[in-house]
Design a protein. Sequence first.
Length: 446
Amino acid sequence: MDPRVEKFMAGIMARNPGEREFHQAVHEVAESLIPFIEENPKYKHAKILERMAEPERVVLFRVPWIDDKGEIQINKGYRVEMNSAIGPYKGGIRFHPTVNLGILKFLAFEQVFKNSLTTLPMGGGKGGSDFDPKGKTDNEVMKFCQSFMTELSRHIGPETDIPAGDIGVGGREIGYMFGQYKRLRNEFTGVLTGKGREWGGSLIRPEATGYGCVYFAQAMLLTRGDSLAGKTVTVSGSGNVAQYATEKATELGARILTLSDSAGYIYDPAGIDPEKLKWIMELKNIKRGRISEYAEKFGVEYYQGKRPWSVKCDIALPCATENEISKEEAEALVNNGCFVVSEGANMPSTAEAVEVFLRRKILYGPGKAANAGGVAVSGLEMTQNAMRMSWHREEVDQKLQQIMKDIHETCIRFGRNEDGSVNYVKGSNIGGFVKVADAMLAQGAV
Ligand code: NDP
């Protein structure tokens, strides 16, 4: 390891003990940025990277709520307000039993770079709870969301901090939280994004992360004069991002072979066509069932407790969660001919897996670039709310496509290797950094 990176990371680890995912995210960025900062000493003297690795504010709170049996339940609530140099804090809320401060700090840190890459004026943040919506009734989810927002509402606002969805937080949860915020404040305002169409939401927001991830894959393929047409694709997850990545990739002529959830994956060699996808959306979003039911319904194989990366494919779209591709799985993917990885999820590849992708020179689009479409359309939702108008579907989709192309261009500008290939990790890290760093320089030591 570069001794400068090693020294920097020793400081990070001492100040943030036990926060494994946060260390991983900062390390990846430090490896790209420290050589760049050495060449640009103004950033070094102002300790920009050191400041960016320290949240501006962290709010931690108790979330008490009463379940359907009348019993009191207690969860933890968090909001990490990471960086507001270029705009108000913006980033999702995650409800999942694995949520802890380290995971939210990693997500908030990545969000700062991602939001900067979108070209929109948004700072970075992330929040959530260890609440598990799985197996809860709608009434219990509503009770929890209301209690969570009762405290969170003191810290957010349309000019301050604008949360959105993430794992475990979709349209239903955003609705309950928006309702409670409105009731407490007596204000109808764009304080959350991912809202329903009829009450301030933007068309294409539900689709945006998955579509954007496929548009990014398309832009990477185009650098080799190639396209998605006729390609085989493995997708992990079966939630919001996975569903719309599947929809768009299929529309562009690819064949989706797999989907998964935390219990296992299904392999459908014939491809998950629009009819089957419609069935999955009903299963996951309304009935809240398991992906194994797909195997029973369509008579395909289900692999319990496994991830889909041993399946031969041209393109992999990891759309479930962090660290879901190990070094061995990355090697299996590339050895089986996979030459494009576009990350719908945040940090789905371990550091060792990323090394494999970079060493083997495949087209590897890291999450902070490839999944920025979601927050980009959230930014467009904020604009529409501020203007009190709503744009047509085609208009939002056009803007999303343009933003993904611009992010891809930025990655090329900062990530071109001497041999002409592109290191999208370096490109997205430096590309995301410069705008935030210059704003921080201008604003002084705050
Ligand atoms: P959803 O909750 O809609 O779906 C998550 C999917 O991933 C589910 O299929 C879930 O399975 C699976 N999953 C979650 N945790 C694990 C785990 N520990 N191991 C295996 N599978 C798991 O979330 P989203 O689709 O919104 O988010 C997916 C990823 O995309 C996350 O990394 C998120 O941070 C990222 N992302 C999301 C954005 C958005 O706009 N929603 C924006 C940018 C990034 P199960 O049902 O069994 O839990």
